[in-house]
Design a protein around this ligand. Structure first.
Ligand code: NAD
Length: 361
């Protein structure tokens, strides 16, 4: 007879396959100063620095510390890596003979570094300043003609990730909350994707705990460095979970909505996740219990909705500009995917109707 599930423990009895990804994490306040040493250890001779505008000061520091290894710089990035922007970055890396790219910023800066690494032999050093988690994954994305192509390739996985909580200390509340919602979505979905396994689940559950704790503390005290550390630690775990568990119903729905209707990436996660959790979580009871304990709630879907509401992240697609007709259209267009319960058009319509209206689960 199967043993009842114990919250806090993963169950390996069924057997599983888990692939550990290579990569090094350097974590701590002030660790920006270690970037140049890490670049040297990788043997990079000519580094291209790619920095989001708000990380310009950090890029200045790195540029000076790199000394002779500094090859050039791209300031300013665009969300979702438009192909024209990617082409420009690749040409610049080629022209500079760069063998390394240092990305300082959120998922957009890291995404641009990945676009370069996809077509040339460059090592990426990522210095994340948001909580999206892209730095821990081998997933790349590029947008062209309004549609986004994504893929997985180990060449784009950053070789070193330097997490310095000081860099995200002044991240505005709105961006903080939305990117935390994005990271939380990686943790929650990681327990029910077809590739989910006990090792990923431990990572995801601890990631959710760190993110929820960090978010609550950051809302009360935005400059609290310990809270910011919790958020970055959570982002690291969330990205690792996404990297091994891959995506499922939730991420695929967000991808469709973001790509087709140009909705903001992180906020879309906050509106959709509670509704997908309402449907999926009851199908994976032990995982649901562990995630609930990590979030500090007795109802995962409602707990997520309440946390996002408290953080003032929009919890309805209506607020993000989607029309009711578009929500219906998206439900029709969605292609079924592997899921703990079968994905029918009716089920997707139910999720999107509630996500559109922002109905509390
Ligand atoms: P982002 O990189 O666009 O940053 C969001 C905003 O925050 C921007 O306006 C940026 O200028 C600002 N910002 C960044 N750092 C700041 C700082 N320290 N202080 C003040 N402002 C700052 O968005 P994001 O949410 O980090 O990433 C979203 C992108 O990442 C999307 O394109 C998404 O598809 C991608 N993503 C990819 C993966 C993956 O595994 N490939 C995972 C998650 C997200």
């Amino acid at each position: 007879m199967p043993r009842p599930a114990e919250p806090g423990r993963a169950e390996p009895q069924a057997g599983f396959v888990h692939t550990f990804l290579p990569g090094r994490v350097v974590f701590g306040a002030g660790s920006l100063d270690q970037v140049a040493g890490e670049v040297e250890s990788l043997g990079v001779r000519r580094a291209l620095v790619v920095a989001t505008r708000s990380a310009r000061d950090a890029a200045d520091v790195v540029e000076v510390q790199l000394g002779d290894r500094f090859a050039g710089r791209i300031d300013g990035v665009t969300q979702h890596v438009p192909t024209a922007v990617a082409e420009h970055a690749r040409a610049k890396a080629h022209e500079l003979d760069a063998d390394g790219v240092i990305a300082i910023g959120g998922g957009s800066a890291i995404g641009l570094a990945k676009a370069v690494a996809l077509t040339s032999e460059v090592a990426i050093v990522a210095v994340p300043t948001t909580y999206a988690g892209s730095e821990m994954t081998p997933v790349w994305g590029e947008t062209s003609g309004g549609s986004k192509t994504t893929g997985t390739d180990l060449r784009v996985l950053p070789r070193v990730v330097v997490y310095d909580p000081v860099l995200s200390q002044h991240l505005p509340k709105k961006v903080t909350a939305a990117s935390v919602a994005n990271a939380i979505a990686h943790c929650v979905e990681a327990v029910w994707t077809p590739k989910a396994d006990p090792i990923t689940e431990v990572t995801a559950v601890e990631g959710l705990r760190a993110l929820a704790t960090g978010l609550r503390r950051t809302l009360a005290e935005p400059l609290d460095l310990d809270a910011r550390s919790n958020l970055l630690y959570g982002a690291c775990l969330a990205g690792s979970a996404l990297a091994t568990a891959g995506t499922g119903l939730h991420h695929k729905l967000c991808h469709l909505l973001g790509g087709t209707y140009n909705l903001p990436h992180a906020e879309t996660h906050a509106a959709v996740l509670p509704q997908v959790a309402r449907i999926n979580a009851p199908a994976v009871p032990p995982s649901k219990a562990r995630l609930e304990a990590a979030l500090g709630t007795t109802d995962l879907a409602a707990g997520l909705f309440d946390l996002f509401t408290e953080a003032e992240v929009p919890t309805s697609l209506k607020e993000l500009g989607l029309t009711e007709d578009q929500a219906r259209e998206a439900a029709k267009a969605f292609k079924p995917t592997d899921n703990p319960i079968p994905v029918t058009e009716d089920l997707v319509r139910e999720i999107l109707t509630r996500a559109w209206a922002g109905t509390r689960p």
